[in-house]
Every structure is written in structure tokens, then in C-alpha cells.
Design a protein around this ligand. Structure first.
Ligand code: SF4
Ligand code: SF4
Length: 446
């Protein structure tokens, strides 16, 4: 690592070092949770157009069968996560804070829940375009949290040249360890997925970037690199938000992604290890996405760990399975830095749910400390990986100068990592201000 840093690689400037809190779950093997009685499957689990309904109330479906189709290019289908009967189709709560049209599936008790529907494909015979189509058909989206349709990311515009597939194994959010366990337990599927995605994008090189607090994964994956392939595995500094695309491209390739641009603009396409592994597993079997690995953890959780959970499982069911203590709890879907809090226990696990973090009263109190005026200490400026001025943006947000924040102070370059809020000694909820400002500007522009 030190060698890499001399050459400006292995890390990025600014960022923070929150306690990782991964030790408990990172050492445990991935286990499977049982199926609940009822699954709640939103039609808008991904970025883009919601999926189009293919089923009706009362219809029987088998596990793996498509129950909603992609509605256009920036959309993906949804597959039944269990064998059962469609009980209802109605608005239900989601982690996005809004109700969403959802398929309510009554799960058949006693069924083996084997995947009974798949496509007969041989990925080794497919060309790049066919692989991208197969990836869309399997309903694959970025499993790191963004839930952006993977086939869209893999489609390189004709005016761009991309030569490197960056595989993101950083998992920089505290508490989460599902990617770590996925790498440790499925190295061959990950390598297979990398091969498929290299063909899908037409790139010649792939590099897996992993934070140096997971050296067991670095060493294991290096042993599983197929002979003769242009795949490398590199350790990068453990620092939040190392796993954000722009930071990782800088750390691994030494390239700055300019403001307003994406990794494609500097010759890289980035995918999360969970996504790539799932492609490696499912494409060969011709199956759609029906489940995912989720880290379930937090102070007071009786059985923390990484669990394979059917999509659509309500978080209330997950909580009953893992057990937790505390009279007042906060539930976060994802990691503590960027994940949304949810209050309705009917909210389901969806394709983008990497974690379920259960905070107890002591943790909540830490989050709700008194807010003081800005003391102009500059800590937020030194923490911001996008080199913004969060203190100034915060002051403008206080005056509701939202348009000015975007026009003159690069609000839209903020990717809501939360570093500024984390370091602020005055406890100013800067990132929340920025989310509100962006939402306001979006509404004004609509
Ligand atoms: S939340 Fe935005 S402003 Fe704050 S540190 Fe992250 S990128 Fe910078
Ligand atoms: S860290 Fe907080 S107190 Fe310090 S300059 Fe930034 S906003 Fe002000």
C-alpha cells in the first residue's frame, strides 16, 4: 500500500475514518433466512421506469417466473421470489419514503421453494450484446445500493472508449460486510462474472479494488484469477467513501472523474462485487434475481450476520428472525452513512438493500445531539471528497438559497456521502440540508 501511495494510487484526498463495526458479521458464514408468509414486491425497485405488471390477483406463480416486465431500456423485469399466489396488487411502503405499487405474494407453505423457472442459455456462446440482454432479462441492478440497471451501465455509448472494468469490493460503509463475505465464499462466481462483464463491455482489463481491512479477500481472490486473464486484485486504503465510484477510479487508476462526468468519461466502468458475483451465478443458470445477501446487524441484535433473504421480505419478519432488544429503535436500510431510516416494518427488502442496521436508544441519542451554530472550524471542508465547501452550502441552505447553492456552489456535485455531517462538531445536519435543497431544486425544475 505504501508503495502505491508514493505513486498517488491506492487512495483519494479527504474522506473520513469512522469505526468500521464489521468484525461481528464479517467472520460469520452467509446463512439463509426462511420464507415469510407474505412477500411485498415493489414495481420500482430500481432507478428508471418501474416494471410493468404481468400478473393478476389470484394468479399462481412459481419461484423464478417473471411477474413484471421491463418497461423500456432503463428498466428491468421482476421475478417471483417464491412459489405462491398473488394475494393483492396495491400501494405499499418502500425504503424510498413513498408508497409504491407492489405485488403482494402469498407464499405456499411447505413448498420446497426451488427455482422452477429459468432460461436455457449458454453464456459462453453469447456475444457482448446478447450478454447485456441476458443481464437485463435476469432483472439485474447494482446491488451496492444504487439499484441502477446493470445492462444500461454495460452499454458503452459509441462516442466513448472504455478499457477497464473496475470491480468495487471496497464496502466502505460501516457495519456492512455482505460484499466481504460474498468475495470470500464465491471467488469463482465473481471471476466468472468478471469474464461475462468484460465481454459485455468489450474491455480488455479488469481490476478488483478492495479496502485493505479485507486482506483475506484480496489474497483469496488473487489465487482465483483465471490463468491468462487480464484481471488484477488491488488493495486500497480503508477510508470512507472509498467505495464511491469516483473515489475508487481515482484510487485504482489515478484518474480524476471531472465534476458532472462519470467514470465512462475517463475510460472506466464500475460495478459492485455483489452484482458481478450474482451475474456469475445466475447467468450460467439462466435464472432471474429472486434473493440477495443482506447484512443484518447493529447494537442489540441477537443474531447478527449476513443472510440470503428473498426479495420482498418485510423487515419486520427479518427482525423476528434475528431478534433484537431495546424499547426505542431506529431501522436503517443500508449503511449508517447513506442508508435511509425506515419506520414501517412492512417495508420490504429489495434489490438495492445491502444492509438492515438496527440502532438502539444509545445510538439514536448520539444521532440526535443538540445542534450548535457553525464555528467555522473548516473540518467539513477538509472532509469533503468532492472538495466542496459544506459550511458555506449549509449557511445558504439555512437561508433557503437552494438555487444559488446549485448555480454557484456546485450543490449537484454533492453525492450525499455524509462526511461533512460526520465531522461537524456543531452537529449541523449538513447532508440532510443538501438532500432537501436538491429535492427542492428538482421539483422546481419539473
Ligand atoms: S455530503 Fe456532499 S458536501 Fe458533504 S462531504 Fe459528502 S459530497 Fe461533500
Ligand atoms: S464542520 Fe460544522 S462547525 Fe465546522 S465549519 Fe463545517 S459546518 Fe461549521
Amino acid at each position: 500500500m505504501r508503495f502505491l501511495k508514493w505513486f498517488g494510487k491506492g487512495s483519494f484526498s479527504h474522506g473520513v475514518h469512522p469505526p468500521t463495526n464489521k468484525e461481528v458479521t464479517a467472520q460469520k458464514k452467509i446463512r439463509r433466512l426462511p420464507f415469510p408468509d407474505t412477500l411485498v414486491i415493489p414495481l420500482n425497485q430500481h432507478i428508471g421506469k418501474p416494471s410493468k405488471l404481468l400478473v393478476h390477483k389470484g394468479q399462481e406463480v412459481v419461484r423464478g417466473e417473471p411477474i413484471a416486465a421491463a418497461d423500456g431500456f432503463v428498466s428491468v423485469p421482476i421475478h417471483a421470489p417464491a412459489t405462491g399466489r398473488i394475494k393483492d396488487i396495491r400501494l405499499m411502503p418502500t425504503s424510498r419514503g413513498e408508497q409504491s405499487m407492489s405485488i403482494v405474494l402469498e407464499v405456499y407453505e411447505g413448498d420446497t421453494q426451488a427455482v422452477l423457472w429459468n432460461r436455457d442459455i449458454d453464456p459462453d456462446q453469447l456475444d457482448g450484446e446478447q450478454i447485456r440482454q441476458a443481464i437485463q432479462d435476469m432483472g439485474m441492478v447494482g446491488l451496492g445500493g444504487a439499484a441502477f440497471p446493470s445492462h444500461v451501465k454495460m452499454t458503452i455509448p459509441p462516442d466513448k472508449t472504455v478499457e477497464t472494468l473496475v470491480v468495487n469490493g471496497c464496502e466502505c460503509e460501516p457495519y456492512l460486510s455482505c460484499d466481504h463475505r460474498t468475495m470470500i465464499e464465491n471467488p469463482d462466481a465473481l471471476m466468472r462474472g468478471i469474464g461475462y462483464l468484460m465481454r459485455a463491455t468489450g474491455v480488455n482489463n479488469a481490476v478488483v479494488g478492495i479496502e485493505d481491512n479485507k486482506m483475506d479477500a484480496v489474497e483469496l481472490l488473487r489465487q482465483h484469477i483465471p490463468a491468462g486473464s487480464n484481471i488484477t486484485v488491488e488493495a486500497v486504503e480503508t477510508k470512507y467513501p472509498q467505495g464511491s465510484e469516483k473515489m475508487l477510479v481515482k484510487s485504482l487508476l489515478g484518474r480524476e472523474v471531472p465534476a458532472g462526468k462519470i467514470p465512462l468519461d475517463v475510460g472506466a466502468v464500475v460495478n459492485n462485487v455483489g452484482t458481478v458475483t450474482a451475474v456469475g451465478q445466475l447467468l450460467a443458470r439462466g435464472e432471474g434475481m429472486t434473493e440477495r445477501v443482506v447484512t443484518v446487524t447493529g447494537p442489540g441484535v441477537e443474531k447478527p450476520g449476513n443472510y440470503i433473504i428473498p426479495l420482498g421480505t418485510p423487515i419486520g419478519f427479518v427482525l423476528k428472525q434475528v431478534g433484537y432488544s431495546g424499547e426505542r429503535n431506529d431501522f436503517v436500510l443500508g449503511g449508517p452513512m447513506m442508508g435511509p431510516s425506515v419506520s414501517d416494518l412492512n417495508t420490504p427488502i429489495t434489490k438495492g438493500s445491502s444492509g438492515l442496521l438496527i440502532l438502539n436508544e444509545a445510538e439514536i441519542q448520539k444521532e440526535t445531539r443538540r445542534i450548535w451554530p457553525c464555528i467555522k472550524c473548516g473540518h467539513c471542508v477538509n472532509a469533503c471528497p468532492m472538495h466542496l465547501n459544506p459550511a458555506q452550502l449549509g449557511q445558504l441552505a439555512g437561508k433557503r438559497e437552494y438555487a444559488m447553492m446549485a448555480e454557484n456552489f456546485h450543490l449537484n456535485d454533492c453525492f450525499e456521502c455524509g462526511c461533512c455531517s460526520y465531522v461537524c462538531p456543531s452537529n449541523i445536519p449538513l447532508v440532510q440540508h443538501f438532500r432537501i435543497a436538491k429535492a427542492f431544486n428538482r421539483e422546481q425544475a419539473a
